[in-house]
Design a protein around this ligand. Sequence first.
Ligand SMILES: [Zn+2]
Length: 193
Amino acid sequence: MLLHFIFLLKEKEKLQHQDDYAYIKEMSKFYKFWIQKNFLVDVEINCDVLIANKRNIIQRLDIPLLMKDHFTRDKNTYHFYLCYFKPIWTDCSCDGYHAENFGMTWWQYTKDNCYDPQLVQKNCAIVSHEISHELLRQQKNKKYIDIVHQIWSEHLFGELKFQQYDENFCVTENDSKFLTIDASKFNISAFCH
Ligand SMILES: [Zn+2]
């Protein structure tokens, strides 16, 4: 499977957010590792930028237009859009949306558009929420929606900590670079395959 991250930028901000994009490129490699570790699946990764302009998507951008872009490219590639806007509607308990081979999340910036190491990790965690839906769905887990939302609630409202990884993708207690849902709770083992 190819997992293709697409960082969506406004035309007028296309020269900004270089630090975010550098992080996203690292995050892409991280998710290759994380998916292998937690879902026992090898994925290829691609990562690039899409500028939202008149020639591709300009109107009020929302999920239907992103889905159209996804189908135009290749419906068998798992496209994951990192967007500067929230989904108008979602059944998720976070600012993201999932469908077959499709994911989107709100990639949040600070008010002054500066790079914020805390905020990118929060963005990263929301990405793990949507990836979990899709990987569980692909593994034919009928509870691929509920199980993610249950664990997510434990993160937000209970005692469960988000998993923290350092720049070498090792689990860490402090100085984390990547934050994810605790995928060990999905109880996926090699015996399932
Ligand atoms: Zn969800």
